[in-house]
Design a protein around this ligand. Sequence first.
Ligand SMILES: Cc1cc2nc3c(=O)[nH]c(=O)nc-3n(C[C@H](O)[C@H](O)[C@H](O)COP(=O)(O)O)c2cc1C
Length: 358
Amino acid sequence: MTLLFTPIKIRDVEVRNRIWVSPMCMYSCEDQDGMPNDWHLVHLGARAIGGAGLVMAEATAVRPEGRITPWCTGIWNDEQMAAWKRVTAFIHAQGATSSIQLAHAGRKASTYRMQSGSGSVPISQGGWETISSTGEAFQGYAAPRELATDEVAQLALDFGTAARRAILAGFQSIEIHAAHGYLIHQFLSPLTNKRTDNYGGSLENRARLLLEIVSEVRAAVGSSIPVFVRFSATDYVEGGWDQQQTNQVASWCHEHGADLFDISSGGLVMGVKIPTGPGYQVPFAENLKTESHTQVGAVGQITSGKQAEEILQRGLVDVVLVGREFLRDPQFPLRAAHELGVDITWPVQYERGKFPTA
Ligand SMILES: Cc1cc2nc3c(=O)[nH]c(=O)nc-3n(C[C@H](O)[C@H](O)[C@H](O)COP(=O)(O)O)c2cc1C
């Protein structure tokens, strides 16, 4: 048996394999109301049919102003919660585990989706005032409003409420989005956090919001549900967020109830050179594992069963998350199993399409 197709148990949830669908924004709430719709059902459902172990829904806002674009999903009200139920039920019926990435975009909110424009959506056209750790704008975007201290404390409660709704919607695990230059990352990085209150300055203070969020989410979901955190391991800028701070804060998050760390990189500032290539972010995940001994996920240009298996065999990564390969091929896990000579159960409806065995 391969490691890729060996189930993994985290808390009370057993995931059937270690190929997970990385969260990917679909910018497809056409009514701009944060409601998941048929697109989300079919898109996420197809990847569950395709054999993914865990299917993670896109960055989903805990508050309306936390959406990256007006077309992003939300989970800040009961109607959205009810709409997500259909998605989770279908994912589970295919034998996959569901997850949702809870997010707040901070100063990178209220932007156009690719096909609708670029930069910030003006308030007159359905955009909104953004908020952040800082009053400084992300390059090319509208300047945010710097949050007052009591407003920061409220954010953790919002993540907790969203996590409670996510569980009622049927999600079996939660990911907190602390990467890619969105709100939590804005608080973590010294480049975007020059605050002088309890949420700025030392690493402990910059991590305070994330740790409060982890605690609130853990309290909301109880002890049986896995909680993941996605980090950018580096800003690729001298004096910015880096691997060492990631490792330290991940171990604090672990003490506060997070189980697995999903390791990405970049996104805080424009114009940095990111050395991309096959598996380019895997070393960041491996470094965290070496330092912290927590469970970790690797993501970034993982595109074949063989490559994914080799990463797992090195023993420093517990799962792989796959993004764009799943956009090319929703059946990626079924194909990867064939490539690795593993006989996995196919959806009965698709049995006749199963690769012939030699
Ligand atoms: C269309 C698209 C949307 C994305 N949306 C998100 C998102 O909602 N949350 C997130 O953490 N990363 C997001 N990402 C990043 C992916 O999850 C993944 O980390 C990245 O694409 C690298 O993995 P890959 O090389 O397998 O695609 C997105 C990527 C793509 C291509």
